[in-house]
Write a protein that binds this ligand. Structure first.
Ligand SMILES: [Ca+2]
Ligand SMILES: [Ca+2]
Length: 398
């Protein structure tokens, strides 16, 4: 897009005049109730909890006079479980153990509001911590009509606007680990999978929404650093989430070497989300730990068609540690085909799985894409000791 000289001058003037304030500082945040516009932020804290129906006679802690079948849930919210129950005959009322004493007879049931195919309860305040350190967490519960699970979500998040890299940037913080405060957690796959982190959403490209596309991922565990407009800032959040302070920093850099030039890598780190490509497969990154979200390897054949393989880390793959002034290898240059033979599955005497793995623990789906179209699954042959073909077949996508 071409801009007129006037607009360009206005932009330059704005940056020059406001530079000290725009570069860094403390920005206030306010609690905002969750609504349909806030889905990107709230997704980081949402929990799907099975709600099996059980006879009241087998359950403890129910309101007095409880009979018939009840949907009974111990929702794992952060470090604790929250007891909730509703009579199956009357799913418009939900009892929540707000004070954590294991009983529901002292609780006033929440009445449902119907909202596009779901019953919505709350938000209701839960007590967390004790003594001087008592805090509250707000909980909303949704039950998709006719489904035997509940969706638990914080009642809202902390919202604000910072001024970074010369532009206004809206942001949100969500208490994903349900402890009533905002803090940076341990950065590991395990911690992320079990929701032991607090989340940051930050509209870095200024399009008015929190994107979750591979090239522009704006929703992440609360990082130590974030890059905005080509500048790195450290983040420090008040535990009650009333304010966040950004301080301009020049991080020490190391180098990530993919091991091959034709690759795209999306990483999450304690320095935010990074989408890396080109540069010969070598990129400078702030020292820190990273987890690969997605890796795409591609090659052109003689006819000019592009073949690609998409991979992600295996469950046991640890983080990639980038150290200042050093190069760390991702080992994507060579892949090893790994067959996984296991007994009896779905009525077959044996099943044979197949994966392509890199040295660095990235596992690629064996089916390649050609110019963006998925190709047939690979074939295989099982040979006897004398080289005779005992069985020839092809894999199917799982
Ligand atoms: Ca928290
Ligand atoms: Ca955005």
């Amino acid at each position: 897009m071409r801009r007129g000289l006037f607009v360009i001058l206005c932009l330059i003037a704005a940056v020059v005049v406001a530079a000290p304030a725009w570069a860094q500082g403390e920005f206030k945040l306010q609690f905002k109730k969750a609504d349909t516009d806030t889905a990107g932020v709230m997704r980081m804290a949402r929990q799907y909890v099975p709600a099996p129906a059980m006879p009241a006679s087998q359950l403890s802690g129910l309101p007095e006079g409880a009979a018939g079948n009840w949907l009974y849930v111990q929702a794992p919210l952060g470090q604790r479980k929250v007891l909730m129950a509703m009579a199956q005959a009357d799913t418009s009322k939900l009892y929540v153990d707000t004070n954590g004493d294991g009983a529901l007879k002292d609780e006033k049931p929440l009445e449902a509001a119907a909202k596009s195919g779901q019953q919505v309860f709350g938000p209701v305040a839960l007590s967390v911590g004790d003594g001087k350190d008592k805090r509250t967490v707000s909980l909303s519960v949704m039950q998709p009509t006719g489904r035997s699970y509940l969706i638990c979500s914080p009642g809202g998040y902390w919202s604000g606007t910072a001024e970074l890299g010369g532009r206004k940037v809206s942001l949100g913080l969500v208490d994903s680990d349900w402890d009533g405060r905002i803090a940076r957690g341990e950065f590991s796959m395990k911690a992320i999978m079990s929701r032991r982190f607090d989340g940051l959403a930050i509209d870095l490209d200024g399009d008015g929404r929190f994107s979750t596309s591979v090239r522009n991922f704006e929703v992440m565990p609360l990082p130590r650093l974030i890059q905005a407009g080509g500048v790195y800032y450290s983040l420090s959040v008040k535990p009650d989430a009333s304010a966040v302070t950004f301080t301009k920093v020049e991080p020490k850099l190391g180098t990530l070497d993919a091991g091959t030039p034709d690759v795209e890598v999306m990483l999450f780190g304690d320095t935010g989300a990074h989408y890396l490509k080109e540069s010969g497969g070598k990129w400078p990154l702030p020292a820190g730990d990273y987890l690969a979200g997605r890796v795409v390897l591609s090659r052109k054949d003689d006819s000019g068609a592009t073949w690609s393989l998409t991979g992600q880390p295996g469950q046991d793959t640890g983080p990639i540690r980038v150290e200042a002034g050093k190069t760390v290898a991702m080992g994507l240059g060579g892949l090893v085909a790994a067959a996984d033979v296991s007994k009896a599955s779905r009525g077959n005497p044996i099943s044979i799985g197949f994966a392509l793995k890199s040295d660095g623990g990235i596992e690629f789906a064996p089916g390649a894409m050609k110019d963006g179209k998925r190709q047939a699954a690979p074939t295989f042959k099982i040979l006897g000791e004398n080289g005779a073909v005992l069985k020839a077949d092809k894999f199917s996508y799982g």
